[in-house]
Ligand binder design. Structure first.
Ligand code: AMP
Length: 394
């Protein structure tokens, strides 16, 4: 009988999960990964085993699987059937917001849940779903310990000067500050570098997490010192459907001159902007790369332009850089985008090795490159499983 850790990542209409076999904390292995998508519209479960084979593909009506609690039951049924020899010993959750103070994972207690609920206004589109998944587990298996792992925690090492906005100071004290996100991804990369690339692990590294959400992080000796994302995950780079940083005057204009409601603006910022809004075609980089539409081209060029600008800014924060790392869906898979970004970063001392880039790395810069460039696949679920083991003393 083995011990298992369940990792959950709850979104507004989805519940992603992974189950890890607990060995030594650094030797966790994923036995299955999957997700239920379409909660509220057309719930569908898809899951794969460790070898990539499909172990579940099921569809329900919204009355059969109506919410996160019922989605969790469906996942539990699958896991019981497939991994009957496995004893679940803990659950780790991705929780988007840990507020100004949490810089480490947290064992969940009723008091901790109350505290996390106070961060709902800071992340109203994500935090309630994260908390719903925690409550659903607590109801189904009250004896099971649960751990919250925050997307903001890794950035709490940043100095106050990097977390400020230029508003009256009292707003900083009331929580309006740069929190930064994708922290579990950056923490995983920082934890991977000592083994993968020891020569840069203690240096000045900029990591570009380029997925459907996209951000960049400046890491100095393994610690976050700057991030492109701020108070919310809307800031910074152009993303799949989000615009990244905007002149705040645009929001005032939309509200006051265009007569849009706050809800309309929110929907435009989260769902209709970014690669989708600029191209008018879609938010999937693969589709845009294959398209010959001039607006798809423009969207890609702007995506790359914004990465270059952020790279310059974060390099200044670090006082120069030793390495640049690409990760997440686009960063790991698109040699084309990596090439465009590295070409614009020549001034920084990055010299791309085109063949290594086509092969996907890990090192994609030439031997003589002053600043090395890398592709490092991220693994936020593994980071959560490791944290959960550490907190639970497994
Ligand atoms: P993520 O959010 O990290 O899962 O990344 C998802 C995004 O990665 C998708 O929206 C795609 O745009 C992008 N992506 C995945 N594979 C490729 C690829 N081979 N080339 C370009 N983009 C890709």
């Amino acid at each position: 009988m083995g011990n298992g850790i369940l990792v959950l990542n709850a979104g507004s209409s989805s519940l992603k999960f992974s189950i890890f076999n607990v060995g030594a904390a650094s030797l966790l292995s994923a036995m299955a990964v999957g997700q239920i998508e379409g909660l509220g519209t057309a719930p569908r479960l898809k899951a794969k085993g460790a070898d990539g084979s499909v172990i579940a593909d099921e569809q329900w009506t919204t009355s059969e699987v109506a919410n996160h609690g019922q989605a969790l039951q469906a996942i539990a049924t699958l896991l019981r059937a497939r991994f009957s020899g496995q004893e679940l010993v803990g659950v780790g959750h991705r929780v988007v917001h840990g507020g100004p103070d949490y810089s480490a994972p947290l064992l969940l207690t009723p008091q901790a849940m109350e505290m996390l609920a106070t961060f709902v206004p800071l992340a109203p589109l994500h935090q309630p779903h994260n908390l719903a998944a925690i409550r659903a587990v607590a109801e189904a298996r009250p004896e099971l310990p649960q751990v919250a792992c925050f997307d903001t925690a890794f950035h709490r090492t940043q100095e106050t000067v990097a977390q400020l906005y230029g508003l009256p100071y009292e707003y900083y004290e009331r929580g309006i500050r740069r929190y930064g996100f994708h922290g579990l991804s950056y923490e995983y990369i920082a934890a991977t570098l000592p083994e993968l690339a020891p020569e840069i692990a203690s240096g000045r590294v900029i990591v570009a997490h380029l997925g459907s959400g996209a951000s960049m992080c400046a890491i100095d000796n393994g610690r976050s010192v700057g991030s492109s994302m701020g108070f919310t995950a809307l800031d910074g780079l152009l993303m799949g459907t989000r615009p990244g940083n905007l002149d705040p005057g645009i929001i005032l204009y939309l509200l006051q001159q265009e007569g849009m409601s706050a809800r309309d603006v929110e929907s435009m910022l989260y769902k209709r902007s970014g690669l989708l809004g600029l191209s008018g075609i879609g938010n999937d980089m693969r589709v845009l790369q294959e398209s010959d539409s001039p607006r798809a081209r423009l969207a890609i060029d702007h995506f790359v332009y914004r990465i270059s600008r952020e790279l310059g800014g974060l390099a200044a924060v670090l006082g120069g850089i030793d390495a640049f790392v690409f990760t997440a869906g686009i960063g790991e898979n698109s040699a084309y985008i990596r090439r465009l970004v590295c070409e614009k970063a020549k001034w920084l001392g990055i010299d791309l090795d085109p063949a290594a880039n086509e092969q996907g790395g890990p090192r994609i810069s030439s031997v003589d490159s002053k600043v090395s460039a890398w592709v490092v696949p991220t693994n936020e679920e593994l980071m959560i499983a490791r944290h959960t083991c550490q907190v639970l003393g497994l």
